[in-house]
Design a protein around this ligand. Structure first.
Ligand code: PRP
Length: 178
């Protein structure tokens, strides 16, 4: 494991704790989706690391797909999502499980789930690695949550600050002023 980045104030979740929790999520998803047409939909870029670990902890036959979206504030607080990369396969009749690194205001996943529900999937659920429930601007409920966390700026395990720190195998709080 690389040395703790000196840019961090503290480590919030170390690599062994993350691996234990991801294994639990994988086991739970494997039980819940038995007999269904599970498609794991990784939302790039933040979910890349979580997606790679989570899919290997799922013991079911499933497929994977990816989307890349950018969220930006629309009029008022509604927000909108711009799709930069769309699913390659049809969502029709599938059990979509959106894999995200973090749910913060909820705007991205609110709009994304609305969009995907128009495409005739059998179900659309969310699995997020981190959840900041105190930051919601719009209600979003993830079926699976790795860790609820307080409102602190975190990086690592896929999460970035100006595209850096995604490759840290743990999650830390960035020092202010970085
Ligand atoms: C992050 C994260 C979610 C979104 C959550 O993506 O991956 O998609 O923000 O925030 P919200 O709940 O307030 O909408 P970001 O735009 O930073 O892109 P990235 O995944 O490429 O890092």
């Amino acid at each position: 494991m690389p040395a703790v980045s000196t840019d961090l104030e503290k480590v919030l979740l170390d690599a062994p704790a993350i691996q234990r929790r991801v294994a639990e999520l994988g086991a739970q998803i494997s039980r819940d989706y038995e007999g269904k047409e599970l498609v794991l939909v990784g939302i790039l870029k933040g979910s890349a690391v979580f997606m790679a670990d989570l899919m290997r902890s799922i013991t079911l036959d499933c497929s994977i797909d990816f989307m890349c979206v950018s969220s930006y504030a629309g009029r008022g607080s509604t927000g909108e999502v711009r799709v930069l990369l769309d699913l390659r396969e049809s969502a029709e009749g599938k059990d979509l499980l959106l894999v995200e690194d973090i749910v913060d205001t909820g705007l991205t996943l609110h709009h994304l789930t609305d969009l995907l529900r128009t495409r005739g999937p059998r179900s659309v659920e969310i699995c997020c690695f981190l959840d900041k429930p105190d930051c919601r601007k719009i209600p979003v409920k993830a079926k699976y949550v790795g860790f609820p966390i307080p409102n602190e700026f975190v990086v690592g395990y896929g999460l970035d600050y100006e595209e850096r720190y995604r490759n840290l195998p743990y999650v830390g709080v960035l020092k202010s002023g970085k």
